[in-house]
Design a protein around this ligand. Structure first.
Ligand code: FMN
Ligand code: ATP
Ligand code: MG
Length: 513
């Protein structure tokens, strides 16, 4: 088998180790799942090209072993025995498309072309075929690799299958060492300066490979394998939906009330707490309500408080949604070195960036925990790459973490939250990381009138005063009904409350101080 031979005969020890590990993962998968229950997800990119050839070698070795132990005959590795899927998209580069088809023809690959989005395509695939495991060319530096291992079940909300990532631990350099040593074909775009390929809308050649002749203004690009620092392989990728990545998108609003209030000087925040123990009912979430009170005290509107499960995808999904709706997102719980401490990784996934060691943060952790914390080993020193701002304050043993408009609070109880909040407010005053708004004014009334009597006049009042929050609640079915008015303009609150009182007999409402 030419791939296996080329790697074994080369003198790159690191590549041999990576190769052997990847082949081990592939052979484990082939031992766990019958060959008709696995698939390869192939898209003509460099990582999936590496994976294709590793699988060709892995299948050959697997089948040879089966043959030696009395199994079916080996066909010499000519036909590729694994069902292969390609999600073809109109926004793929033509070079990627033609290379994918060319590879299918050269290596005799039975390729299913899927023209649906990933989720629906996989649902249809799994319905029609007994697929239980899918090989992917995901590597640790990819944003989508956050939280994945060599064998990772698909995320909640995705059709159920095992994701098998044999080259998860391969670096950019390893990928190119493999492609060059094994002398296989790869997509021509990589010889034109493309180092990682997405769609035609978000990918350009990597500027770090640009060369310009002194006598001409023509731009030329060196081939991808000459990129010196593999960490910059995605430098040719545009930032994914940049408004969302950098904070709230301007067109999305959180319902009518928030729209009206936002037209004035209102900023909205959401609060996310992370913890299975809260969802089991074992522990009560106090931080969420304390944060609501604190945000209200600085004039912010809280649009949502959620509790999510302790898994990366649940956190990522919630953060991704809220960061583009609200001006600021506060997240607490799930921070530390335990397996359930997934908050920071979830934030990284929500922004589509990888986790990378942060030297400055590591230094703080070392002070706090001592030498037990080494940058290599301690996952706590990994932070979302390129988007993390550390918020320092003399009263904080470790800085708070801010990723664009998401602030990660490490408090585990109300007292700690008080301390962190006070530091945050001081920082807000000195460097404006958080805007301090005019506080809310409010008025509260109690009445013994029934809900039915009050309902209609109250909803008319809401229409008349769209700039106010007018609410009603009871503490018990028998007790009084409480009506609340909240807003930024006291005179409007006065006007609204007077208007309500005038609609009923005098004395129907008593003010609560
Ligand atoms: C076969 C396959 C399986 C996938 N499984 C998952 C999954 O379980 N969870 C998930 O969040 N994304 C899954 N994805 C989506 C990828 O994580 C990622 O969004 C996709 O490769 C597109 O990357 P891009 O947005 O950089 O183009 C899957 C994609 C493919 C092709
Ligand atoms: N359109 C697609 N069809 C099938 N599989 C895909 C598709 N897009 C991504 N994948 C799977 O996800 C993996 C990771 O994609 P990614 O874009 O990071 O790598 P790549 O395309 O192989 O290489 P590059 O980083 O150079 O673009 C691929 O190797 C492949 O297994
Ligand atoms: Mg790609």
């Amino acid at each position: 088998m030419e791939i296996d031979k080329a790697i074994r005969e080369c003198d790159d020890r690191r590549l041999k180790t990576k190769y052997n590990n990847a082949i081990y993962v592939i052979r484990r998968a082939l031992a766990l799942y019958p060959i008709q229950e696995v698939a390869l997800s192939f898209n003509g990119g460099k990582d999936s090209t590496v994976l294709l050839h590793l699988l060709r070698a892995g299948c050959f070795l697997h089948q040879a072993e089966e043959f030696n132990s009395g199994g079916d005959a080996v066909d010499g590795g000519k036909t590729f025995p694994i069902r292969t899927i390609y999600f073809e998209s109109p926004s793929a580069f033509p070079e990627i498309n033609s290379f994918t088809y060319e590879a299918a023809s050269i290596y005799d690959i039975q390729m299913d072309i899927i023209r649906l989005d990933f989720k629906s395509g996989l649902e249809a695939l799994l319905k029609a075929n007994p697929i239980r495991a899918i090989f992917l060319g995901v590597r640790i530096g990819d944003p989508t690799a956050v939280g994945q291992e060599q064998f990772s079940p698909s995320s909640p909300g995705w059709p159920p299958f095992m994701r098998v990532n044999p080259i998860l631990d391969w670096s950019y350099r390893d990928v190119w060492a493999f492609l060059l040593v094994s002398k296989v074909r790869y997509c021509s775009l990589y010889d034109q300066g493309y180092t990682s390929i997405g769609s035609i809308h978000d990918t350009v050649p990597n500027a770090l490979l640009c060369t310009r002749n002194s006598d001409s203004s023509e731009e030329k690009f060196k081939p991808a394998y000459l990129l010196a620092d593999g960490r910059l392989e995605r430098a040719g990728r545009a930032k994914k939906n940049s408004s969302a990545a950098s904070g709230k998108s301007s067109s999305i609003s959180n319902g009518l009330k928030m729209d009206n209030l936002n037209s004035g000087s209102m900023l909205s925040a959401s609060v996310i707490t992370v913890g299975d123990e809260i969802l089991f009912g074992t522990v009560e979430d106090k931080l969420g309500s304390v944060l609501c009170k604190k945000l209200h005290s600085i004039g912010w509107a809280v649009s949502r408080v959620t509790v999510t499960q302790s898994d990366i995808d649940s956190v990522a999904e919630e953060v991704e949604r809220r960061k583009s709706i609200d001006d600021m997102v506060f997240i607490c719980g799930g921070i530390g070195p335990l397996h359930s401490d997934v908050t920071v990784a979830g934030v990284a996934k929500a922004f589509g960036v990888r986790m990378a060691p942060d030297e400055e943060f590591e230094e703080h952790l070392r002070h706090l925990i001592g030498e037990k914390c080494s940058g290599d080993k301690n996952e706590m020193a990994l932070l979302p790459e390129g988007i993390t701002e550390l918020l320092h304050h003399e009263h904080l043993p470790v800085p708070l973490i801010k990723c664009h408009n998401v602030i990660i609070l490490t408090a585990t109880n109300a007292v700690e939250l008080d301390r962190q909040w006070d530091c945050l407010i001081e920082l807000a005053k000195s460097n404006g990381i958080l805007e301090l708004m005019d506080p809310f004014a409010s008025k509260c009334f109690a009445t013994t009138l029934s809900d039915v009597e009050v309902a209609q006049p109250l909803s008319k009042l809401c229409a008349q005063f769209p700039d106010l929050y007018i609410g009603g609640y009871r503490e018990s079915r028998e007790g009084p009904l409480i009506i609340t008015f909240e807003g930024k303009d006291l005179s409007r609150i006065e006007a609204a409350s007077q208007s309500l009182c005038q609609k009923f007999h005098p004395g129907s409402f008593s003010k609560i101080e």
